[in-house]
Design a protein around this ligand. Structure first.
Ligand SMILES: [Mg+2]
Length: 229
């Protein structure tokens, strides 16, 4: 029997592009609740967690730290707003080779496929549903687990190990599109595949020293076969 492996996928820039739906949803909420227009301007959300992003808006736009209750209230309002924006987003798209890559991993014995994303879980589920990927990921680590990406990756690993049984760190693979995905995976002592399908170019990803940088997910099966099979 093939040894177990665990794959943990990032969402934005790795599986799909939401076409700015999340930014528009948060802009609406901050305008309605705090009278701030264009609240998300200038904030680089790539690889960041939802609670980190909300706190950053408070700091930059309101000049103060958010309370935990304020972060929770914004994120509660965010999910239905995100759902509306995703439904209306003409720029939304699933990235190339996602379905075939997930099919290929599922066809390999013993591979558990989950998420490691800065999205809160409810937001992640809404995005995956819009992408036709609902039900593809049985577990994960999310922005609601921690504002710190390394901590949510650690939760994802724990949940994956609970499903897979024992799985050594060299057989746990984070797949993501930013330097933050790489550093979080390294903080957890696991492998990491970077894909240049988001907003970070290949050179910057290579400088972060992941196990490999791929142009897109079409190379993942061959990497798995060489490194893990
Ligand atoms: Mg991403």
């Amino acid at each position: 029997m093939t040894a177990a492996a665990i794959y943990l996928f990032d969402i934005d820039g790795t599986l799909l592009r939401a076409g700015g739906a999340g930014t528009r949803a948060l802009n609406q909420i901050f305008a309605a609740r705090y009278g701030v227009s264009d609240a998300m301007a200038g904030i680089d959300c790539g690889g960041r967690t939802d609670p980190w992003i909300v706190r950053e808006v408070f700091t930059r736009q309101l000049g103060r730290a958010a309370t935990a209750d304020e972060v929770d209230a914004v994120l509660d309002a965010y999910v239905p707003a995100l759902e509306r924006e995703l439904a209306a987003s003409t720029a939304f798209r699933v990235l190339p080779f996602v379905a075939v890559t997930l099919d290929g991993l599922a066809a390999r014995g013993g591979v558990e496929v989950g998420l490691a994303t800065g999205n809160i879980e409810a937001g992640a589920r809404v995005k995956l549903s819009r992408a036709g990927l609902a039900g593809r990921f049985g577990f994960g680590g999310f922005g609601c687990d921690s504002a710190d990406r390394a901590e949510l990756v650690a939760r994802a690993i724990e949940r994956g190990v609970a499903r897979a049984g024992a799985c050594p760190p060299e057989r746990v693979v984070v797949v993501g599109d930013t330097v933050h995905d790489v550093t979080a995976a390294r903080a957890c002592g696991v492998r990491v595949v970077a894909v240049a399908t988001g907003n970070v170019d290949r050179a910057r990803l290579e400088a972060a020293a992941p196990d490999v940088v791929l142009d897109d997910l079409s190379g993942l099966d061959a990497w798995h076969a060489a490194a893990l099979a």
